[in-house]
Design a protein around this ligand. Structure first.
Ligand SMILES: [Fe+2]
Length: 443
């Protein structure tokens, strides 16, 4: 196991480094999303999390930089508007330490983590987080999730604060098209997982629960920029009757009149990608990335609604025999044939271009090309326990009725995170996620 752990750690760190290399030298203090820390925090946070859970947590090693362990231990949560409600996080400092000091801390932690692998394996019999290398899986998944967060922060960053890398694949503009709708018959969906099902899972994935789902009709492909443009030009952002009261007030306060990555210049609509400004027409078949509030308004405009978490499970994993699949396409491990995830494209791709990833009912892209918004508030399954040592609020801090479940994966989601029980969550008014949606109607 030790060799695999070391390989997985090294691969994860290599990608993190590649992502930070996308930043211009003077961009580490930039804070493109006001409710998130500047980038330098994340340079320190990833190693601090590893140190605190592996070296201090499992092995009880003495700290070599207690100040950094604490300063970088937890981020501000962009999703909680009442900070007294959640677990405390460290004070935001008046100024951040020099980048070179943070990088030196990172390197020292990485070396200590590599040195700790055998000692952790030896404690498998006595410490829950050491069993099956669980603590390593946790810090790797934590880092993989932050890679995506960093990229959607970079998506908001001005072009002159980013360095376009030579390895960036060209954007894909053709080869897909929106499809029609599919009927999913009534049946049972299994959400979550049993503890014995997974080598590692986050607290919110356990235990499993069976839910009966009535029949419904669902879009086979996510809503595209072109389809969404019809809503915009039909006055979708000016028609309060299409929005819930909360969503409407938020959209007015934010002065929204189109998705955040759309721009208008000299009367032309443009799309702001990570490194390119593209004519909106050219990316018309990419899924539109919007908040849940905007997705709901579009769905209401269509006389439909956004799908629920149980409906997502039925659409993705159900099949006509009554069995449930591990992945929409079957049992095969996720790879590039099945969808746009795992940093292949570094951008959205046209919808419907990946038929091999379709589910038994012919529903496409339930995994990949953007997280899938659901209309289900994030909460624990019956029997939920906050079970991560040293991190009791990982999920439970967000069981507040304001956060909603997202499923699947985006282009910036690592294949390691693609599993049926994995759940992501954001507020309905958080517009920065690489998140798409589709509509359903009662079948
Ligand atoms: Fe974190």
């Amino acid at each position: 196991m030790a060799e695999t752990v070391i390989e997985r750690l090294s691969a994860t760190w290599a990608r993190t480094d590649r992502i930070f290399e996308l930043l211009a030298a003077d961009a580490f203090l930039a804070q493109p999303i006001a409710l998130r820390h500047p980038f330098i925090f994340y340079v320190g946070h990833l190693p601090a999390f590893a140190w605190n859970h592996i070296c201090a947590g499992v092995l009880g090693l003495p700290s070599f930089n207690a100040g950094f362990d604490e300063l970088f231990s937890r981020g501000i949560d962009p999703d909680v508007d009442d900070p007294t409600h959640c677990h405390a996080h460290p004070e935001v400092p008046d100024s951040w330490p020099p980048l070179a000091h943070v990088l030196a801390y990172r390197d020292r932690v990485r070396a200590a983590v590599l040195d700790s692998v055998d000692a952790v394996v030896e404690r498998a019999g006595t410490q829950a987080m050491a069993r099956d290398g669980r603590v390593f899986a946790m810090i790797i998944e934590h880092e993989l999730m932050h890679q995506e967060t960093l990229l959607y922060m970079m998506q908001q960053l001005a072009f002159d604060l980013k360095v376009r890398p030579s390895w960036l694949p060209p954007v894909t503009l053709g080869g897909g098209r929106p499809l029609d709708t599919a009927q999913v018959p009534a049946g049972t969906a299994t959400l979550g997982a049993a503890l014995t099902d997974l080598g590692f899972g986050w607290d919110n994935e356990f235990p499993s629960v069976q839910v009966f789902v009535p029949a419904f009709r669902v879009d086979q492909t996510p809503v595209t920029n072109r389809q969404y443009l019809d809503f915009v030009t039909d006055g979708g952002y000016r028609r309060s009757e299409l929005w819930s009261r909360d969503d409407w007030e938020w959209s007015r306060a934010e002065k929204l009149d189109a998705p955040p990555v759309w721009m208008e210049k000299d009367g032309r609509r443009l799309y702001r990608g990570l490194f390119d400004l593209l004519p909106l027409d050219s990316v018309a078949d990419w899924p539109v990335y919007v908040s849940l509030a905007e997705a709901r308004a579009y769905a209401r405009w269509q006389g439909k609604r956004v799908l629920t978490e149980p409906e997502y499970h039925r659409a993705a994993f159900g099949d006509p025999t009554g069995a449930e699949r591990a992945f929409p396409w079957g049992a095969a491990a996720p790879d590039e044939r099945h969808g746009n995830f795992d940093f292949q494209a570094w951008s959205p791709t046209p919808v419907g271009a990946c038929p091999e990833g379709a589910s038994a009912w012919g529903v496409h892209e339930l995994v990949g090309n953007g997280w899938e918004w659901t209309e289900t508030p994030f909460s624990g399954f019956p029997g939920f326990e906050a079970r991560i040592p040293g991190y009791p609020g990982y999920s439970a801090d967000f069981f507040d009725g304001k956060h909603f479940v997202l499923k699947g994966a985006s282009w910036a989601t690592a294949a390691e995170l693609v599993r049926r029980s994995f759940r992501n969550w954001y507020q309905a008014h958080y517009p920065y996620v690489f998140a798409k949606f589709r509509c359903v109607s009662n079948g």
